[in-house]
Write a protein that binds this ligand. Structure first.
Ligand code: GLY
Length: 275
């Protein structure tokens, strides 16, 4: 465990040697083992399901933007924004993901005598329309959750209760057909050093309605004033029939907030907007 930073993507054998040296020389603490995986050249997709132990249902797709810089460059972050649905998803690909990855996993757990109840976040690399599993998380994603949930048309609590009671097969999970984008407003300096306790003003100018949302992340409310206390501070979400409109609505709101101690990636969704 290396706080998400223990992964090296090595483009050649020399880079692999450097990685091995660093790992065994204690860069992440004492290391006894190393896991080598095939280098995959493709596009990432976050695929979500919810399971009650016997029934498993699709819970949306998204594409996260992990790097801090526009054009997917620079350091890795917790996520600078996402769009949903992923441009890669299709019925054929979804069937492959269930048949080759999710059903065998749940069967494996069941064979071990365990029922898996809850969200499963399937982190995939799609290579020539084939899904490769990179990782599982037993939760929704951040910022994928903020991006996907506003497109849910079924009561989330109804889904949770059905999941706990193992009645998921009785619930029809409905989604709006809208596209969704989330842009994360960060403190300047993130993912490295940044200042804390900086006031953010102009919240009253932001346009929020049934298609435009603002979720707080790294903020605190003190004496009715909002202060940034984290690296990733606010999540702006917009739904629309077009990804380009979603992003425009978000940028309009971000410009109204005009917080000069923050920054955000202006190119979130570039693969579906600026192709
Ligand atoms: N968006 C990546 C994660 O939640 O792990």
């Amino acid at each position: 465990m290396a706080a998400g930073k223990g992964v090296y993507i090595c483009k050649n054998i020399d880079e692999s040697f450097i990685a091995v040296e660093e790992i065994f020389n204690g860069k992440f603490g004492v290391a006894k083992n190393i896991l080598f995986e095939e280098f995959l050249q493709g596009e990432e997709m976050s695929f979500f399901v919810i399971s009650d132990g016997s029934t498993v249902k699709n819970f949306g797709t998204a594409q996260d933007h992990k790097r801090v810089g526009e054009g997917d460059i620079g350091k890795n972050t917790g996520g600078m924004g996402a769009y949903s649905p992923s441009r890669l998803i299709s019925d054929i690909l979804e069937k492959k993901i269930f048949d080759k990855i999710i059903h065998p996993t749940l069967k494996g757990l069941s064979d071990l005598g365990t029922k898996y109840k809850g969200f499963l976040y399937v982190g995939l690399m799609i290579v020539n329309n084939e899904p490769y599993l990179i990782e599982y998380n037993v939760r929704m994603g951040d910022p994928e959750c903020q991006t996907i949930l506003p497109t849910l048309d079924t009561d989330l609590v109804e889904i949770f209760i059905a999941c706990v009671k193992e009645n998921l097969h009785e619930v029809q999970i409905k989604w709006s057909n809208q596209k969704s984008i989330c842009v994360v407003l960060c403190s300047k300096g993130y993912p490295e050093n940044y200042q804390k306790n900086i006031e953010i003003k102009n919240f009253e100018k932001i346009n929020l309605n049934k298609n435009n949302f603002l979720f707080h992340a790294g903020t605190k409310n003190h004496d009715s004033k909002i202060y940034a206390i984290g690296g990733r501070v606010l999540n702006f979400i917009s739904l629309s029939d077009e990804f380009a409109k979603c992003r425009r609505n978000i940028h309009d709101n971000l410009n109204k907030l005009n917080w000069d101690k923050g920054f955000y990636r202006k190119d979130i969704g570039f693969k579906v907007i600026d192709k």
